[in-house]
Design a protein around this ligand. Structure first.
Ligand SMILES: [Zn+2]
Length: 761
């Protein structure tokens, strides 16, 4: 046929709506038989066959479709494809002209419907091949035309496209295309109920809505299906799921580069005033405060400062005690205004009672060009610590405690042998007795290495990894994944080998998830520029030592898992204890085997309450009866609510602390009347000298009366001073290792604070 004749027959082929529909149908669905086409166009094969045959012949003659001899199906010629697309284009243009099919977009504009945008989105967002994207978009358009949709939104179009993807078995594409977010109903519920869940604030409502999106994003897009499913089903718990894709959990700062003026406190120097290298004590404290406050959004849980009293000691030169005190007081008030213990991250200071050997020969950063060596500042470091502890002991203007920083006092051999640090220790025990915010680190144990730091998440890093600098400074926990040990027990049905095999499987999942987290942080720091301070380089290396930072694998429910497997309580039976040690040892060994390629540490500490979620999921899975189920043991190796002598707890902690190098705590919760400082001192000394406990703290409960602004020790229903018994009294105690006021307790923290056993020593 000549081209002129062909054009004529194409134009006449198009002059009928049925024929145009046939072209569109085949273009959408691929090759179809005579009867399939009729059925899909709602024609009757008996009565309409003749007329329909005529339409098909017209299309065949115009070389738009062709029949495949063997299958009997009609498909589009290359010509036919062009013409079908031309019809779609004309239809689009017509609709735009008529002004129907207007779409409300997510960028808050109203635009005419444009099928190409669906094609583009499918290709851009999910890497769908063009041909497939074309066919899906055509189907979506046809479907959208049918119902009398009056209010067409981009979100609705997306739902249609996603439904089509699901029907076609293209679920993987759908995961990339789906929208993340909350149903309208959930947002309303968040607004209405936030004030009853924790501290009331519009910011919290806003944060919760964002949490939901980023948690879904992590589960749908970032983690492989096996890991996401393990989290959702309760085999593991991913801590900080709301921020998993954005930042690490905690960080150990090194103050020296900031004090030297080598890097600005906010990383870029653009969002905050950049100060000179400080020449005075107050200047140095101001610098520390800027660093901590601008870094508060760079961690999910806590920041810690190592060698606080040593690194600031060079700035004490010629200062009177009163001046040091004033400087520290102002610093601590500013710090607690930012870190108010209600929402957001917390602060820890690791302090020393002597200059550790490895620091003695290190050049000190100080106000002068040559400030000597840190060995020269022994006296000043102790003076600074003593006054810091004194100021922390003073109540604020309304008689409340300053809860930040938590103080981690490192006890090394030399300081314990000499009398030099006596005054500091006296202050530490007094602060312990007054507010309970002190933690004692036993640095005499070989497994604590030459240097160890704890953060206020109770995560732990030591210098066994490379050296004291790369191992403990400018590193932080990437995050924490918690293994549900009882679940492993249920699934092993008493079989020891299976138990260990299941545990190893879970450890493999955790390892993979943590390695993904490391990669994500690399992207956030290097290519996304989301964590500017971490990228800032010091002598060619980034501030945040990502490769040296550990991923934490923790556990809940050790006693419950062991009890289910052996039938006995951990504290009563040798077999049960043996199994518990085997479980925790395997975790420790596994972590060691991951090194040096990946730093992983095992821990008995979760960064957020996980036990009640995991227990509920085990109830839902039928492993536990709802009526009798109580949340699994968390933050401890023995149940905390049942009566177990302190001695037994001590024995257990001794065994397990050396196996949990990523974090642990022996939290000694004491009853009133509280022991004297001397009793605390003797008890601590005995623990350091004779036991394998690496970290311990004493916890005291107290009640604050808003009416008369006073503190009464213990939890009181009625203020002993003014008799006030209303709801404006506030309780304080350590919940999951950290002091918090009861105004900020979650329901898990409330249970932990109220129900756990208290002791006398
Ligand atoms: Zn009162």
């Amino acid at each position: 046929m000549s081209s002129k004749n062909l054009l004529e027959s194409i134009l006449s082929a198009l002059s009928n709506e049925v024929r145009a529909e046939v072209l569109k149908l085949i273009s959408r669905e691929g090759p179809l038989s005579f009867t399939e086409i009729m059925e899909k166009l709602n024609m009757n094969p008996k009565t309409d066959a003749g007329k329909f045959g005529y339409h098909l012949r017209m299309l065949t003659d115009a070389e738009l479709i062709v029949a495949d001899e063997s299958s009997g199906k009609y498909y589009l010629t290359l010509f036919g494809v062009d013409v079908a697309n031309f019809i779609y284009g004309v239809e689009d243009a017509l609709r735009r002209k008529k002004g129907d099919m207007l779409v409300r977009t997510s960028s808050l504009t109203i635009e005419p419907f444009d099928r190409k945008k669906i094609v583009d989105a499918l290709m851009r967002e999910a890497n769908v091949p063009r041909k497939l994207a074309e066919s899906i978009s055509k189907e979506a358009e046809d479907r959208l035309k049918k119902p009398q949709v009056r209010y067409l939104t981009a979100a609705l179009i997306r739902e249609f496209v996603n439904a089509i993807l699901l029907e076609k078995g293209l679920e993987e594409y759908r995961h990339s295309l789906t929208r993340l977010g909350q149903p309208v109903y959930d947002v309303t519920t968040t607004i209405k109920s936030s004030a009853f869940k924790d501290y009331p604030s519009p910011e919290r409502v806003h944060a919760r809505a964002g949490d939901a999106v980023l948690e879904e994003y992590m589960l749908l897009k970032v983690l492989p299906r096996t890991i996401a499913d393990a989290h959702l089903s309760g085999a593991i718990h991913i801590n900080n799921a709301n921020y998993w894709v954005l930042r690490p959990a905690d960080l150990q700062h090194d103050l020296r580069p900031i004090l030297e003026g080598k890097i600005p406190a906010d990383g870029t120097g653009l969002s905050e005033p950049v100060h000179f290298a400080p020449k005075t004590f107050t200047g140095a404290l101001y610098t520390v405060n800027s660093l901590l406050s601008s870094s508060s959004s760079l961690v999910s849980n806590s920041q810690s400062v190592g060698f606080f009293n040593i690194f600031l000691a060079p700035y004490l030169k010629n200062l009177k005690d009163a001046e040091i005190r004033l400087g520290l007081r102002e610093f601590l008030y500013a710090l607690n205004a930012k870190f108010n213990g209600i929402a957001g991250s917390t602060i820890a200071f690791n302090v020393e009672l002597e200059i550790p050997q490895f620091l003695e020969k290190v050049k000190a950063v100080g106000p002068d060009k040559d400030s000597g060596l840190y060995a020269d500042y022994h006296e000043q470091a102790l003076k600074l610590l003593e006054i810091l502890l004194e100021v922390l002991e003073e109540p604020d203007g309304a008689s409340k405690p300053l809860l930040n920083p938590a103080i981690f006092v490192k006890m090394r051999k030399k300081a314990l042998l000499t009398n030099d640090a006596r005054e500091c220790l006296v202050q530490a025990y007094e602060l312990s007795k007054k507010w309970g915010t002190v933690y004692f680190i036993n640095n005499t144990l070989p497994w604590q290495q030459e240097n160890v730091f704890y953060n206020s998440t109770l995560s732990r890093v030591d210098s066994g990894w490379k050296d004291w600098e790369s191992g403990t400074m400018r590193v932080g926990s990437l995050d924490n994944i918690t293994i549900n040990l009882p679940r492993i027990s249920y699934e092993s049905k008493g079989d020891d080998d299976k138990l260990m095999e299941h545990l190893r499987e879970m450890l493999d999942l955790c390892k993979e998830a943590l390695s993904i987290k490391r990669q994500i942080l690399e992207d956030r720091i290097q290519s996304d520029n989301l964590l500017p301070l971490y990228k800032e380089t010091i002598d060619g290396n980034p501030y945040f030592r990502l490769k040296d930072s550990p991923g934490i694998v923790s556990y809940v429910g050790l006693p419950e898992a062991v009890k289910y497997h052996t039938g006995s309580d951990l504290e009563d039976s040798e077999d049960a204890l043996k199994l518990a040690i085997k479980i925790v040892s395997l975790m420790d060994e596994y972590a060691t085997q991951c090194q040096p390629s990946q730093r992983i540490l095992s821990s008995s500490i979760t960064f957020e309450p996980a036990a009640s979620r995991l227990t509920n999921l085990d109830v839902a899975a039928g492993y536990l009866k709802a009526k009798t189920a109580t949340p699994y043991t968390e933050h401890s190796n023995l149940p905390l609510t049942t009566a177990v002598p302190l001695k037994t707890r001590l024995k257990m902690e001794e065994i397990f602390q050396q196996l949990t190098k990523g974090g642990h705590l022996f939290d000694i919760r004491l009853d009133e009347p509280f022991p004297t400082e001397d009793v605390l001192a003797n008890y601590t000394k005995r623990m350091i000298e004779t036991t394998g406990i690496g970290l311990l703290t004493f916890t005291r409960d107290y009640t604050y009366c808003f009416q008369c602004k006073s503190i009464a020790y213990g939890f009181r229903n009625k203020c002993p001073r003014c008799g006030y018994d209303g709801n404006r009294s506030v309780y304080y105690t350590k919940a999951f290792g950290r002091y918090k006021s009861s105004r900020a307790w979650s329901s898990e923290e409330r249970d932990f604070a109220i129900n756990n056993q208290r002791f006398t020593i």
